[in-house]
Design a protein around this ligand. Structure first.
Ligand code: NAD
Ligand code: LMR
Length: 330
């Protein structure tokens, strides 16, 4: 495209671009759903050699959308070239789990990918790079990537729990019989896994408080929490493949809020490197309540954590520690 753009394009690299999440994400990213309708983007698609043909087909389809803000599309099988000067890195490419697996079963398969990519990012990414890990186990993969890129500030690494956050909003809205726009103050704590803790004690659902809804402990413990935490498995069982369009949507919401800022008083959830708050040991990539000023995530501080919540946050944090210990043993 030779259009004169009104703003300099942002370089976005998507790994696993020809996978199912990649296919669901790329067209919306190119259309401005992630960085804004007035923001041009250079799209870089990174794939394994075997999937380069499929990536070519996607690049052809992107051309065929004649999107005004799509400055360029390039395809790579070399991470160093794909990440050279990258500003927004979406690390989606990894093996997905199948029926009967937990996300942690992917640890050994995907750890080597994220250590290699972290190292290369540290060497060639732009100074303002932001990194979002979607490939599972997302939190620990992000921790591995961050460890391998000591020159990139820790706060530039994140892992996706926005899909879980959006799942929790949808479930609470259904329970309270209010539109999703009437929900605020939900937090996903911990790992993007079955131990994650969707916390509604600070939430509002229209006129109702989350604390009032949580008073129905049977619903909270036997319905709401497991429905949100095990939604990934339920999708795999129903679809025969892991969530893709909703994962792409969560990724776009996450990067949009990070890059453009969160609006209003409420917050969202993202897994970021713990600075050692809320009893989460420093260095773990843990989901927290966060806001963004358009540059960095800020953890929402000072929320009161009751005993019910404390035990569940601690259990998910213990799992994150076990995952890191397993990686260290590999
Ligand atoms: P998929 O198998 O359809 O696509 C993955 C793509 O990644 C494939 O095209 C593959 O060739 C590519 N790939 C694999 N290793 C790569 C590498 N080293 N470099 C570049 N590309 C590589 O899988 P999917 O359904 O798109 O899921 C991708 C990942 O996202 C999985 O790990 C899945 O579990 C995870 N996921 C995370 C969330 C979340 O909320 N965090 C939600 C859904 C899925
Ligand atoms: C999800 O939450 O849907 C994804 O992480 C896929 C999975 O393995 O559950």
């Amino acid at each position: 495209h030779s259009t004169a753009f009104t703003k300099p394009p942002v370089t976005v690299t998507v790994t696993g671009a020809a996978g199912t999440i990649g296919y669901a994400a790329l067209f919306r990213v190119a259309a401005g759903a992630m960085l804004g309708r007035d923001q041009p983007v250079h799209l870089r698609l990174l794939e394994l050699p075997a999937a380069l043909g499929a990536a070519e087909g996607i690049a052809m389809e992107l051309d065929d959308c004649a999107l005004p803000q799509l400055a360029s599309v390039e395809i790579f099988d070399d991470p160093r070239a794909a990440f050279d000067g990258v500003q927004q890195a979406l690390l989606i490419g990894a093996k997905p789990r199948t029926k009967g697996m937990e996300r942690a079963d992917l640890l050994s398969a995907n750890a080597s990918v994220f250590s290699a990519q972290g190292k290369v990012l540290g060497e060639v990414a732009a100074d303002d790079v932001r990194i979002t890990v979607v490939g599972n186990p997302a939190n620990t993969n992000a921790a591995i990537a961050a460890r391998n890129a000591p020159d990139i500030p820790r706060e530039r690494f994140s892992a996706l729990t926005r899909l879980d956050h959006n799942r929790a909003i949808a479930q609470l809205a259904g329970r309270a019989e209010v539109p999703v726009t009437a929900i605020s103050g939900i937090t996903i704590w911990g790992n993007h896994s079955a131990t994650q803790y969707p916390d509604i004690f600070h939430a509002r659902a229209g006129e109702l408080t989350g604390a009032a809804l949580a008073a129905d402990r049977d619903w909270l413990v036997d319905d709401f929490i497991p429905t949100v935490a095990q939604r990934g498995s339920a999708i795999i069982a129903a679809r025969g493949a892991s969530s893709a369009a909703s994962a792409a949507n969560g990724t776009i919401d996450h990067v949009r809020d990070w890059a453009l800022g969160t609006a209003g008083d409420s917050w969202t959830s993202a897994a970021i490197v713990s600075p050692g708050v809320y009893g989460v040991p420093e260095g773990l990539v843990c989901s927290f309540p966060v806001r963004s000023d358009g540059t960095d995530w800020q953890i929402v501080e000072g929320l009161e954590i009751n005993e019910f919540s404390r035990a569940r946050i601690d259990a998910s944090v213990a799992e994150l520690q076990a995952e890191i210990a397993a990686v260290d043993a590999l």
